[in-house]
Design a protein around this ligand. Sequence first.
Ligand code: ADP
Length: 272
Amino acid sequence: RQQLQVIGDTNQQLEQQVALINQQNEQLVQADKIKDEFLTNTSHELRTPLTGVIGITESLLNGVAGPCNEQQSQQLHLALSGAQRLAHLVDDLTDFHQIKDNRLRIQLQPVAVLPVVQRVFELAKHNLSNPYVELHADLPKQDHVVIADSIRLEQVLHNLLSNAMKYTRRGQITLTVKAARGHVSIAVTDSGIGIAESDLAVIFEPFKQVDGSETRTQGGSGLGLAISQQLVQLMGGQLACQSELGQGSRFEFCLPMTQRPVLTSCEQALNQ
Ligand code: ADP
């Protein structure tokens, strides 16, 4: 009888604990929902005024209100790069939440690779401010058509090139495009700080940054690679990294080729 009593008490305690855990679980789910809603609303509220700030600063730099002197131009460039960094972070947060909720929609269609790659490469060259780093492009003579979303493809390339520029103090960064066995492979190779083998698995996780003074001083959100990997997967490819600490890194992804012709913007509109 005593033993039955003990078993009864233990069962009751267990039931109470299970109820408590369920309650805490429910609270966590609710808190997560509130956090997501807050982030979505805040991102939206921040993006609109930021777009305005960026536009006005660019116009001022272009002399819309008369020519700027050296000091004004320096201050405006500072304001512009701060606003662009914030806008980038807001966009990353928005993308991340859409990916997390399976809401991110991409427009897959035949895309000629070289014009996209060249556009991003020229922009990276324009933004490169470190005189000890050289940027090269190793491109095929013949262009290839892949199935992709051109805006998202630009985003992935821009992210990989920006990372290479952030984490390379001196040396070379090379953007390579190759076609093989029904795929086009695009790689960004740098001679930068490299990544330890134990960190290679975590860099694609959201909000993960490798511990180290270099990474911390470069800032960033730790979302770029997580988003890039998801985007490449949504376009039917894979993004991978090979790296050696102190030697450099190589980020490579491939996209399926197609024989279908690239559509004009008019044909695209008719297809929608
Ligand atoms: P962020 O650059 O905003 O921190 P990412 O998701 O783009 O976020 O990258 C995650 C981490 O991976 C970076 O913080 C850095 O530690 C490491 N990383 C990414 N690219 C490189 C690179 N080319 N060389 C060395 N480390 C890199």
